[in-house]
Design a binder for this molecule. Structure first.
Ligand code: TXD
Length: 308
């Protein structure tokens, strides 16, 4: 099965490399810049000779090469620069999204789309509108990344392995993200039993600022190892029909009192795309935070150009 990744920049390349390491099947890496995807594809296949994977990775500038993809990951777009919010990217990335989704749909009308481009929840909504696909076949990557960041901060505070930590993060990928400490655990125990309130609020703030901290350090561009790996994990659950429950930006249909807005919630990912949205037993304040987050996404979506 073919996976195409549009945008052969930092996140796209990391996603492709992770998929190749997992021997996922044929990969097409596409970009507007000539030579960039071809060069990265060659480099990765040569890495396969060292690491022992033998996957076909094709670099392309023409959407014909993406024909009949099972999954298309879209990372094309501008990344934040220091001092920029994700929302500052709306108009420029909407233009790019529009020029990407139309040929993607034309060549792969049955694909499942995973959007990565920021502002994530808004771009996923926009991609859904342009594609005309069923809501189950369009989703965004971010909640898994946000949860991984929280997992890391919890593990560092408790001095344990991040693999022993589970973190629940809902909502939009931005300032109104909704980390849920009550449903986050370390070694099977709620973190609310293991950490002080002050420690938890520091972890929550660091999670919210997780992307900005990296942007400030890198100075050019934003995070890509964890984002690329997170997108690859979603692709893998779909391709292998694993039905793994993964924090995903999906279009809600009344769950949590939210309708027709894309926002992060746990979802079961398989061959059908978003096969089920999991409804957690949230407390009133948690639901309110999720609804506020969805409301902010909806308001930002109003800034998008009309879809013709
Ligand atoms: O959690 C998340 N969802 C995110 C999102 C985590 C990290 C990065 N996030 C966003 O993904 C970021 O804010 C950007 O909007 C995208 C891509 O980030 P990346 O770090 O990969 O940016 P790069 O390295 O600049 O790569 C973007 C590539 C680059 O090679 C461009 O030439 C290409 O996109 N590009 C295009 N490809 C195809 N078609 C068009 N129109 C196009 N325009 C640019």
């Amino acid at each position: 099965m073919k996976v195409s990744i549009v945008g052969a920049g930092n996140v796209g390349a990391q996603c492709a490399y992770r998929l190749a390491q997992q021997k996922s099947g044929e990969i097409v890496l596409l970009d507007v810049v000539e030579g960039l995807p071809q060069g990265k594809a060659l480099d990765m296949m040569q890495a396969g000779a060292v690491e022992g994977f033998d996957i076909k990775i094709k670099g392309a500038n023409d959407y014909k090469e993406t024909k009949d993809s099972a999954v298309v990951v879209v990372t094309a777009g501008l990344a934040r620069k220091p001092g920029m919010s994700r929302d500052d990217l709306i108009l420029k990335n909407a233009e790019i999204m529009s020029s990407v989704i139309r040929p993607v749909v034309e060549h792969s009308p049955h694909a499942i789309l995973i959007i990565v481009t920021n502002p994530l929840d808004v771009m996923t909504y926009f991609a859904h509108k342009i594609s005309g696909f069923d809501r189950k076949r369009v989703m965004g990557m971010a909640p898994l990344l946000d949860a991984a960041r929280m997992q890391y901060f919890i593990a560092r505070t408790l001095n344990c392995s991040a693999e022993e930590v589970y973190a629940e993060v809902l909502g939009s990928h931005g300032d109104l993200m909704v980390p849920i400490p009550r449903l986050s655990t370390a070694k099977g125990k709620q973190i609310t039993e293991l950490l002080t309130e002050e420690q938890i609020s520091r972890i929550v703030q660091k999670t919210r600022d997780g992307g900005a901290e990296i942007v400030a350090l890198l100075k050019t561009g934003s995070a890509y190892y964890a984002p690329g790996s997170a997108a690859a994990r979603m692709v893998f659950s779909i391709l292998k029909d694993k039905k793994e429950t993964i924090g995903t930006c999906c279009c809600l249909d009344g769950q949590y009192g939210v309708k027709d807005v894309f926002v992060g919630v746990p979802a079961k990912l398989g061959r059908g795309g978003v096969e089920e949205i999991i409804e957690l037993d949230l407390e009133t304040a948690e639901i309110k935070a999720l609804q506020d987050s969805a409301k902010a996404v909806k308001e930002l979506c109003e800034k998008l150009p009309q879809v013709k």
